[in-house]
Design a binder for this molecule. Structure first.
Ligand SMILES: CC(C)(COP(=O)(O)OP(=O)(O)OC[C@H]1O[C@@H](n2cnc3c(N)ncnc32)[C@H](O)[C@@H]1OP(=O)(O)O)[C@@H](O)C(=O)NCCC(=O)NCCS
Length: 382
């Protein structure tokens, strides 16, 4: 037999683009028409009328709550924000330079040690775990931010909304109303996005009947990448590196000439417009005006115009204006992606529950492009 190159008849689609991987009733995206829908509700309506706790309910239960259901749900979520002292002690032992995304990834995994039913995949247990992790993520991120600065973590206040309380725990004071509203809006807009890379990772892990904590830990690791959720931090780094509005054009032209990707632009599904981006842009403008500091926002607009002049199909994505929004409400830049996690935990949890409720192991095939029929030669003769 001679050495050959094997080719399957079926070709792989690079990056699984446009592949339908499963049925799902959680989130609908119409890329060409720029629509994003959670459980039947348009994102624009949710952004205008809803708030994060209600959206979490909607994603987890598949329906809008009535007043009583929402009150009870929000109270449960708020009372779950407290993190055990032993967990805070662990945080204190971490190296202060650890990135908050790495800390959060580790802590979600560690929280499984404190759950007697950590391996159970029964619906009620999974639901409890989801409530606990969604609620605690903000507390952990805020605590880490203070611990690394040598400060004492601030305990959660269940009387506040999730967004208000998180800002209070990070900034050390009751937040400005507009800033809390803008963070709430951000959390609504990023709560789910169909079969994005991290959600898919969560579902793949879930499909092995591995536990909720493992699935969410996988998802956090995937979101961390700069082509996915890590892009928001990279956007602000880029703007800081540019430094001034007079340097924007030169920087962008050089970057494009060197085939460098401009963070916060482009999307696998949206080629015309990411429907979340204009909503975030309006809010970023409002927050910058309130802060009376439009520098970052104006530079962002300049970058958007330059890209629009050159490319028809490279619109700003959800991470572009969220960077100036989060920056202007005073969030440290390396907390941007962990805040994305705080929001997307709702979607990941809904997808994990959906996957487990009608499970089949996710196990695709590869189109093998390697060699075949090689003859094994003993090592002494190689
Ligand atoms: C999101 C992203 C990963 C989608 O990737 P994709 O669907 O695989 O598209 P590709 O990376 O194949 O890009 C297609 C073309 O557009 C170009 N392109 C895509 N995003 C670009 C960007 N942000 N800046 C400059 N060029 C970009 C690619 O270089 C490629 O050009 P080519 O055909 O000449 O090689 C990609 O647009 C990207 O890397 N964006 C920056 C990171 C980011 O903001 N991520 C957050 C996503 S919400």
């Amino acid at each position: 037999m001679s050495e050959t190159q094997t080719q399957n008849t079926q070709q792989a689609q690079a990056g699984l683009q446009d592949l339908i991987a499963s049925n799902s009733s959680i989130c609908y995206i119409d890329g060409p028409n720029c629509h994003l829908v959670y459980r039947g509700y348009q994102i624009e309506d949710l952004a205008q009328h809803s708030h994060f706790e209600e959206v979490v309910y909607l994603l987890l239960f598949g329906k809008m709550p009535n007043q009583k259901e929402l009150q009870q749900f929000s109270n449960e979520l708020a009372s779950d924000r407290t993190v055990p002292d032993s967990v805070l002690k662990l945080l204190k032992a971490f190296p202060k330079k650890a990135h908050p995304m790495a800390v959060l990834r580790t802590m979600i995994s560690i929280l499984s040690f404190y759950d007697k039913e950590d391996n159970s995949v029964a619906y009620e247990e999974n639901f409890k775990k989801a409530m606990s992790i969604i609620a605690k993520a903000g507390t952990i991120i805020a605590a880490w931010d203070r611990i690394r600065q040598g400060k004492k973590p601030i305990a959660p206040d269940p009387k506040l909304t999730y967004a208000e309380d998180f800002l209070r725990m990070v900034l050390g004071k009751k937040p400005d109303e507009l800033y809390a509203k803008s963070l709430d809006l951000y959390l609504i807009l990023l709560a789910d996005h169909e079969f994005n890379a991290s959600t898919f990772a969560c579902r793949v892990t879930g499909s092995t009947l591995s536990d909720y904590y493992s699935a969410i830990t996988s998802a956090v690791g995937v979101l961390k990448g700069p082509l996915h959720g890590g892009a928001n931090e990279q956007v602000i780094k880029m703007i800081m590196e540019i430094g001034d509005k007079d340097k924007v054009q030169d920087y962008i032209e050089k970057a494009l000439a060197n085939k460098k990707k401009i963070m916060g632009f482009g999307h696998r599904v949206y080629k015309v417009k990411d429907p979340r981006s204009p909503i975030l842009k309006d809010m970023a403008r409002e927050v910058s005006e309130k802060k009376e500091d439009l520098k970052i926002f104006r530079m962002s607009e300049q970058i958007e115009s330059l890209l629009a002049e050159r490319y028809k199909n490279l619109p700003p994505n959800v991470d572009f204006y969220s960077a100036s929004l989060l920056y202007n409400i005073g969030i440290p830049t390396d907390l941007f992606t962990p805040i994305f996690v705080m929001s997307r935990l709702a979607g990941w949890s809904a997808h994990y529950l959906e996957q487990i409720s009608d499970n089949r192991l996710i196990r695709p095939r590869a189109n093998y492009t390697g060699l075949s029929n090689l003859v094994y030669t003993p090592i002494q003769q190689r």
